[in-house]
Design a protein around this ligand. Structure first.
Ligand code: SAM
Length: 227
């Protein structure tokens, strides 16, 4: 009974993985993975004591302490070398915070062969971070749940250099290809929102020209993709 969103994240966790779930809250994701026999080991990292304690009691209740360790730590500091983590999941927070977490401890990413990320916002910036750190996007999904449309981004370290276009960074290389009905819905909503923002900026007593130009550029990018 994992949410659709976390079920989609879980689908991309390789069989037998050693996972660090950062910002785990109750630890529902690693718990479900352990119960399904999908993982060998997991760390459930939490920076806030309340959620950390929720994870501790969830792990105890389900008798999963042999497989899952809850740790109270900021971001990737939850990971120890002896964990031999190969997969990192970070879900339910903004893309900017995800990049901050990944940036803070580059040494913890050594040996990691897959990142499964579910940013609530700021997807373009996260893709840009991945590109600039040689993590190539291997798959993407869009999930509609509870009136929100979520993106799941799966990335792996790449030895071959690659670049993403402005379109790919904004819309997602795979999402752009798939063009699912939720994709159109998400970007229709975004277009509407951004047009309202533009109208508001224009109504200012001294409309900021550069900001208007930038906003118009973003809007025409969305229009192009929707056409
Ligand atoms: N990952 C779960 C999910 O997707 O349902 C929980 C998402 S919850 C909205 C975000 C969690 O991330 C919160 O429990 C918060 O305390 C935790 N968090 C935020 N920043 C963090 C950080 N730097 N390190 C570890 N956990 C963090």
């Amino acid at each position: 009974n994992l949410s659709q969103r976390l079920t989609t994240v879980a689908k991309f966790v390789p069989q037998g993985a050693r996972v660090a779930d950062i910002g785990s809250d109750h630890g529902y994701l690693p718990a479900a993975l352990a119960l399904q026999g999908q993982i060998e080991y997991a760390v459930a990292g939490e920076v806030v004591r309340g959620p950390y304690e929720n994870a501790v009691s969830e792990i105890k209740k389900l008798d999963l302490a042999k497989i899952i360790q809850a740790r109270l730590a900021d971001g990737l500091a939850a990971i120890k070398d002896s964990d031999r983590i190969d997969t990192i999941t970070i879900a339910g927070i903004g893309g900017a915070l995800i990049t901050q977490i990944l940036d803070a401890h580059p040494e913890k990413l050594i040996g990691v062969t897959r990142l499964i990320l579910q940013p609530n916002v700021g997807e373009a910036r996260l893709r840009e971070w991945l590109m600039n750190h040689q993590f190539q996007i291997m798959a993407e999904r869009m999930v509609a749940e509870d009136g929100h449309i979520y993106e799941v981004i799966v990335a792996e370290p790449s030895i071959v250099p690659f670049r993403y276009s402005k379109y790919e960074l904004t819309f997602g290389p795979f999402l752009l290809e798939q063009r699912s009905p939720v994709f159109a819905q998400k970007w229709q909503n975004e277009l509407q929102r951004q047009e309202n923002v533009l109208q508001q900026i224009k109504r200012a007593s001294k409309p900021p020209v550069a900001k208007i130009k930038q906003q118009e550029k973003y809007i025409s990018l969305i229009r192009e993709v929707l056409n």
